[in-house]
Design a protein around this ligand. Sequence first.
Ligand SMILES: [Ca+2]
Ligand SMILES: [Ca+2]
Ligand SMILES: [Ca+2]
Ligand SMILES: [Ca+2]
Length: 133
Amino acid sequence: MTIKKAIIIIILLALGAGVVMYFYGKRMAVYEVSQTPTAVEQAVQQAKLKAEADAWDTAIKKTQSEDKDFDGLKDVDEAKYGTNPEMFDTDKDGLSDGAEVNLFKTNPMKADTDGDGKKDGREILDNTDPNKK
Ligand SMILES: [Ca+2]
Ligand SMILES: [Ca+2]
Ligand SMILES: [Ca+2]
Ligand SMILES: [Ca+2]
């Protein structure tokens, strides 16, 4: 092996090592960036959370403007049924006004819709029909 050949081999080896180190360094840089959220990503995340919170807030306010006592019956409907728009369970039978009207079809103004001596809420718990004696 001539000295010239040996030098060329050494240069090639050095180049190869340099290329490897170069790509390794780049990969590490990419890895670090992907592990640490950038300020932009954090801002985007925060904006998303805020938008979500705002959406909830709007939804709650909208519900409250239509259904003050959150019983599932809108204020306009409470006026129709004669129930108290500020009372969750107007006849105090254990069922909310909304549940009586929409779910059980019982009278939201009468604690004992069928008059059998058992309140509507009790009948639902006992699995009996609150609309039938
Ligand atoms: Ca209501
Ligand atoms: Ca009720
Ligand atoms: Ca009732
Ligand atoms: Ca009853």
